[in-house]
Design a protein around this ligand. Structure first.
Ligand SMILES: Cc1cc2nc3c(=O)[nH]c(=O)nc-3n(C[C@H](O)[C@H](O)[C@H](O)COP(=O)(O)OP(=O)(O)OC[C@H]3O[C@@H](n4cnc5c(N)ncnc54)[C@H](O)[C@@H]3O)c2cc1C
Ligand SMILES: NC(=O)c1ccc[n+]([C@@H]2O[C@H](COP(=O)([O-])OP(=O)(O)OC[C@H]3O[C@@H](n4cnc5c(N)ncnc54)[C@H](OP(=O)(O)O)[C@@H]3O)[C@@H](O)[C@H]2O)c1
Length: 414
């Protein structure tokens, strides 16, 4: 494992140094852009739908690069960024839930005046030149990027669009978990494993059972991670039932498996994602994959529409069938492709930038395994796997760093 650690760190440095230098170059160019950009009342809109990991990154880069005559409008239904990476932990222990909802105010702090605005609303559908909102408002666009991600059952995602109500939803889950003697977690993906290990390590007397559909936990990663995680879960005292796809019965307290009903005090569904692609249905349902419901895109991340008329619309992040991992980091690399292609099209050039997933960096995972343990894992294209365990750090998982990355600072009364 020590050699795995050296390999992961060495490889990460080789990738991060050129990335860091490129970001520095971009920041310097952004200073120049700030002085030269002129806000015009006639500016055309580049609209982004969805203000999470992919949409925010795209917005940040577009406000550094769009020429005079264009501006960015970010449409997001939530009042705050829902920082879901800490939802498993903050659904188990109390007192931190407000930290999971980060204000949007800081994301374009150093952008030129007039280039950026955010609208809190829900997009219902789109036409080839307009976005329709639940409020009844319509917004024209010249270019559109869809970054609507996916929906998941609570506690991977909350239902409310308001931060205070979202915090309440997490508190309700905490109350159920903390009052329970027997908990079942359905689904052995990263979400299911993080919440199950947190419950068992913060509340050791609670009986925790994980039911997973396949014989490999975390099936989008490799066997080595499965072996490591299974051992860690069993060491904690979690019962893991593989190749089991139970049906959750109404009330979330009982499930049916192989005809037998089992009772629990609380059942937590961690059964995966449903892409939010329906806003495209009325414009062109042919760009929605029948199998995965993701939006079909070309390597340029333009829509792969059957008639070839929607090249001014892009899709990024978890909602798009990019071939990349469903991780926040993938959205970062995809956003850069979209920025380059929109700038090229504004400049009357062919959109030539293409997305090719960098599995080692985009698909790497830091997986918490309870209060103190955590595993770092990365995989090469040829299947070679590396992992090492690290200490988990702070109880709030150092979430304040994410606030800083969003251009703001955590204040207890925010
Ligand atoms: C519990 C958990 C922990 C994770 N931890 C990590 C991690 O440590 N590292 C990592 O790299 N990845 C992690 N991931 C994966 C990562 O969070 C996702 O890959 C990432 O959120 C995808 O970002 P996205 O912007 O594509 O979509 P999403 O994050 O799903 O965001 C989509 C956004 O669009 C908005 N939206 C949707 N529809 C509409 C509409 N019609 N109108 C207006 N707004 C709309 C939503 O409100 C949302 O804000 C984790 C995922 C989960 C669930
Ligand atoms: N620390 C991190 O970086 C982190 C943490 C959390 C999530 N994530 C990422 O976020 C994404 C979503 O993760 P997720 O764990 O929510 O979803 P996921 O990766 O899709 O895992 C859900 C798992 O549950 C299984 N499942 C579905 N229904 C089931 C049922 N009824 N009974 C038993 N098993 C069932 C699925 O298997 P089938 O395919 O067979 O249905 C799947 O393997 C992933 O890309 C993940 O890597 C990352």
């Amino acid at each position: 494992m020590a050699s795995d650690k050296l390999k992961i760190i060495g490889k990460a440095i080789l990738i991060l140094i050129p990335y860091g230098l490129e970001r520095l170059r971009q920041k310097l160019l952004a200073v120049q852009h700030r002085w030269s950009y002129e806000a015009l009342p006639t500016a055309q809109n580049v609209v982004i739908i969805g203000g999470s990991f992919a949409g925010i990154e795209l917005a940040k880069r577009l406000v550094e690069t769009l020429p005079t005559g264009y501006r960015v409008i970010l449409i997001e239904k939530n009042s705050h960024l829902n920082f879901s990476w800490v939802f498993p932990r903050f659904s188990v222990i109390s007192g931190y839930e407000k930290k999971a909802f980060i204000p949007y105010d800081g994301i374009a702090r150093s952008a030129p005046a007039g280039i950026f605005s955010r609208v809190q609303d829900t997009v219902t559908d789109i036409t080839a030149s307009q976005v329709n909102l639940a409020s009844g408002e319509k917004i024209d666009y010249a270019y559109l990027a869809i970054a609507t991600g996916s929906s998941q059952p609570l506690p991977a995602k909350v239902l409310s669009t308001d931060a205070n109500e979202g915090s309440k939803e997490l508190r309700t889950v905490q109350e159920h978990i903390q009052a329970a003697n027997r908990v079942a977690v359905i689904g052995g993906g990263a979400m299911g494993i993080e919440i199950a290990t947190d419950i068992k390590s913060f509340f050791p007397s609670t009986e925790v059972t994980v039911f997973h559909s396949r014989n490999q936990l975390l099936p989008s990663f490799g066997q080595k991670l499965h072996d490591f995680v299974l051992l860690a879960m069993e060491t904690l005292g979690i019962k893991v039932v593989l190749e089991a796809r139970p049906e959750i019965l109404p009330g979330q307290k009982s499930l049916r498996l192989a005809g037998v009903v089992q009772e629990f005090d609380f059942i937590i569904p961690c059964t995966g994602q449903h892409p939010n692609s329906s806003i495209l249905e009325s414009l062109e349902s042919g760009v929605i994959s029948k199998m995965t419901k993701q939006i079909l895109v070309k390597p340029t991340l333009q829509l792969q529409d059957p008639n070839g008329t929607l090249g001014h619309i892009f899709a990024v992040g978890d909602v798009a069938n990019t071939g990349g991992p469903k991780m926040g980091r993938a959205g970062l690399f995809q956003s850069e492709v979209v920025v380059k292609n929109i700038l090229a099209m504004i400049d009357q050039r062919e959109p030539a930038a293409t997305y090719k997933p960098k599995l080692f960096v985009e698909g790497a995972i830091k997986l918490t395994l309870g209060k103190t343990e955590c595993v770092m894992y990365a995989q090469e294209e040829d299947g070679t796997e590396y992992l090492f365990n690290v200490h988990n750090g702070r109880e709030d998982l150092g979430v304040e760093r994410a606030w800083w990355q969003m251009g703001t600072k955590y204040k207890a009364d925010t």
